[in-house]
Design a protein around this ligand. Sequence first.
Ligand code: NDP
Ligand code: GDR
Length: 373
Amino acid sequence: QHSEASPANGQAMADAASVIPASIAPPRKVALISGITGQDGSYLTELLLSKGYEVHGLIRRSSNFNTARLEHLYVDPHNSNKARMRLHYADLSDASSLRRWVDTLLPDEVYNLAAQSHVAVSFEIPDYTADVVATGALRLLDAVRAASASKPGGIKYYQAGSSEMFGSTPPPQSETSPFHPRSPYAAAKCAAHWYTVNYREAYGLFACNGILFNHESPRRGENFVTRKVTRAVGRIRVGLQTRLFLGNLSAARDWGFAGDYVEAMWMMLQRDEPGDYVVATDESHTVEEFLEEAFGCAGLDWKDHVEVDPRYFRPAEVDSLRGDSTRARSVLGWKPKVSFKDLVKMMVDNDIDLAKKEKVLVDAGYRDAQQQP
Ligand code: NDP
Ligand code: GDR
């Protein structure tokens, strides 16, 4: 057991699926997700479970439970009829573990979402980032290639590519824009992108690159700028924090909602032909505009609280990203449902609630009020 999860929601979904008589039910599709414990992994798992999939996730060993984002989906595997999400230990740096699970499960679809995904951190741990993001993708692709012959219809592969690959290429960025990576993370994602293209061309693998622009949610890691801001807004609002230290406020990003973006991943693997797709809102905002909107949602003025700390500047910055997702919209029929304003409000509302809960613990003396999460 990997978490102390409440089975409530997952149980309800499993109950709904179990009413179809086995004799007429089509065989369940099996998906394998690396990075299942991350933001996107949790939304993709929800989506696939709602479509009737059996979902297997690769998790890495940690001294703490790292399954918080999956707790609402967890059903004890001893309840074998109802548990449609299973977790297995593996690591993108360990080819043998990847090979074992791909061989054992022979999934219909593999989603490679695992990564050291923080751009600034990739300057601190470049070798590790390259190993997991680039070589890790190659290890998983090769496990899929080797197992594909044993799977009727083959195994489809999704690679989590990033708008960071465009780096200093000016917007709008589409599938035909050149890559000019500006960090070890981005360079490693470029390698993973080309490994995926190469395995498609060399071995005929059904392999797709999603080139996803920034996508956020209340489940976003707390050291990415959007969540760092909305966590601070919540805590400032309830009196647990006064100041917020940030880096470059003039960078522009194309921010969408993670729940919308995982649908595009799935849609890519349902096509007859594999391909590469930019996924974006096609709209861009600066960090300053995000601050204005987020603090505004809570009736606050960001200028009263935000200070620039050069320690958050990056050795090389990506100044401006704005996607051109025409291809995903016309070929996949995908489009984002959540607007920038609604996304910011969703995150601020969530983080005001969270801060209120923290405040109860702080007031009762169970927790210190830290300045910044
Ligand atoms: P997160 O950082 O939230 O999740 C990353 C996941 O990868 C976690 O499950 C993490 O496990 C896992 N992981 C990290 N290192 C390893 C390893 N060595 N072996 C196995 N698993 C590992 O990222 P997101 O969910 O936001 O993003 C998903 C993918 O999409 C990533 O590849 C990211 O680079 C890419 N991407 C994200 C975008 C975004 O805006 N969110 C945009 C474009 C691309 P643990 O929980 O234990 O840390
Ligand atoms: P990014 O996201 O680098 O685009 O990568 P992040 O939220 O970290 O930065 C966005 C922009 O905000 C600026 N910034 C700060 N960033 C952080 N993290 N912390 C700060 O205090 C801060 N102040 C200003 C940054 O300089 C940058 O310009 C994300 C990740 O999810 C990647 O994995 C993914 O591939 C890309 O999005 C698309």
